[in-house]
Design a protein around this ligand. Sequence first.
Ligand code: SF4
Length: 158
Amino acid sequence: MSEMWRLLRPDAVMALEDPKILSSMPRYVGILKGRFLPRFMVSRYVPVNWDLESSEGELWELHNRSLVEMESLMRDLDSGKIGHKEIGEPPERSLLHLKAKIGESLMAPCRLCERRCGADRLRGELGFCRVGREFKAHSCFDHMGEEPEVVPSFTVYG
Ligand code: SF4
């Protein structure tokens, strides 16, 4: 991410030192300052294996067990017990891959929004939202116009 936001939004830089923001969003501030890894990155380091035949329920059970492992790893990383450089290479299959796998299964029949219209998006069927297997993003960019404590925000418009 470009560091231009620091010039454009000095109030956002100051917000990172605000005691109220530090106490209410400690991980968020720590991530911006490079002290903590975001949760999705930590999930890449939790090895997970599942069978091709696993049901969605079994995938969720595995997911929930792996989350406990991830929380433990995250505590060790955040506290400095394990250094970011000591974490090694991410496994071939991780909790993040499992999340993607579950997300895919939620597309057929589709239950990805509260409408739960049940379209089989993996076969290209269009549901109520008219979005199929893939979608096009209209734009994505570092958003500088948000409240100071969440600038910059990476924004995607579909
Ligand atoms: S409206 Fe779209 S996102 Fe929602 S359930 Fe139907 S296909 Fe899925």
